[in-house]
Ligand binder design. Structure first.
Ligand code: P6P
Length: 342
């Protein structure tokens, strides 16, 4: 029986394209695939908290119930450690670089990840996701990995991807050779190729942003959003607003349908003047994927993938999506800067 192309087949076919490949990268990616299945299993049970117990409580089996974020975080750490292919990990859930316990072999890769992005939505059964971003280490193998390895520009990613836990569980990833989507067939426990070579439409009719921040945005962003909504602007097709409030879900919809997602810098929270989203485990992986699919990703003033990171959890503005939509946004930002420069 032909079940289709599994993600392992797909990763292996990629490996064969690289004569120097040792299988390390394949083992690393497959560890993430297994983690995705573990998280999907637990996320799918989230609706049963009254049966299974809420986080921080003791469940019917008398076990302490962990928050799903903690479960997802631990699943990714454990599986990446046991792959033997990582030299350090950086999780959105943990302040510092995560060391590899002594009993595990160290490898030449490092992974930034957000184990369960959008998890505040889970009680409402809204789609949430896991985001990952993979780099090669830059320090010699005999040294302990450190910030020099962790703080690399997004253009140096060797792979990036996300898992979306929604009406179906999908894994979307790129290793720099296009973007490919796999859907979990729970009956066989395999991610099967369902969206080969994804290309984002050059222009969409969807904009996705939290407009409650409007008054806190810069002039260029406000002008752009006003233009999107202006019936006199002469849009070929009127734009519509769609905002789920879960980055992976908003991004995935735009990747397939076209459109633009905006989380600009806003001055609502003085502690987050550079926007809410994290460069290393949200903006960079999504920007890598979007560019691989033919889209663009900017902060409004620079290409996301060219930012030289200074902190592992630094936040950046993220405007990402269809190339013509993002280009139009950049034009509004340039005009506003021109005006302010006098
Ligand atoms: P806001 C979820 O908390 C998240 O980190 C992203 O998944 C999402 O895009 C964003 O925050 C939503 O933020 O301020 O609109 O609730």
């Amino acid at each position: 029986m032909d079940i289709g192309v599994t993600i392992f087949d797909h990763i292996l076919s990629n490996q064969k394209l690289n004569p120097g490949a040792t299988g390390a990268f394949t083992r690393l990616l497959m560890a993430i695939v297994v983690a995705a299945k573990v998280v999907q299993r637990d996320v799918a049970k989230a609706g049963l908290v009254d049966v299974l117990g809420r986080a921080g409580s003791i469940n019917v089996q008398g076990e302490e119930v962990q928050k799903l974020d903690e479960i997802a975080n631990q699943a990714l750490k454990s599986l990446l450690w046991s792959s033997g292919e990582v030299c350090t990990l950086i999780s959105e859930e943990e302040a510092d670089l995560i060391e590899i316990p002594r009993q595990f072999k160290r490898g030449n890769y490092l992974v930034h990840f957000d184990p369960l992005d959008g998890s505040s939505n889970i009680d409402a059964n809204v789609s949430i996701g896991t985001i990952f971003s993979i780099y090669r280490r830059v320090t010699p193998p005999e040294m302990d990995a450190g910030l020099q390895d962790a703080l690399q520009q997004g253009m140096r990613q060797v792979a990036a991807g996300y898992i979306i836990y929604g009406s179906s569980c999908m894994l979307v990833y790129s290793t720099g050779y296009g973007v490919h989507g796999f859907t979990l067939d729970a009956s066989v426990g395999e991610f099967l190729l369902s969206h080969p070579s994804i290309r984002i439409p050059s222009r969409g009719k969807i904009y996705s942003t939290n407009e409650s921040n409007y008054r806190y945005w810069d002039e260029g962003t406000r002008n752009y959003i006003d233009w999107l909504k202006d019936p006199e602007a002469g849009h070929a097709k009127p734009y519509t607003s769609r905002y789920i409030g879960s980055l992976v879900a908003d991004f995935h919809r735009n990747l397939l349908y076209g459109g633009i997602f905006l989380y600009p810098a806003d001055l609502r929270d003085p502690h987050k003047p550079r926007g809410k989203l994290r460069l290393m485990c949200e903006a960079n992986p999504m920007s890598f994927i979007c560019e691989q699919a033919g889209g663009l990703a900017t902060t409004g003033s620079e290409r996301v993938l060219e930012i030289q990171p200074t902190e592992i959890h630094q936040r950046v503005p993220l405007i990402v999506g269809s190339c013509e939509d993002v280009q139009t946004y950049q034009d509004f930002m340039a005009r506003a800067r021109g005006r302010s420069a006098g």
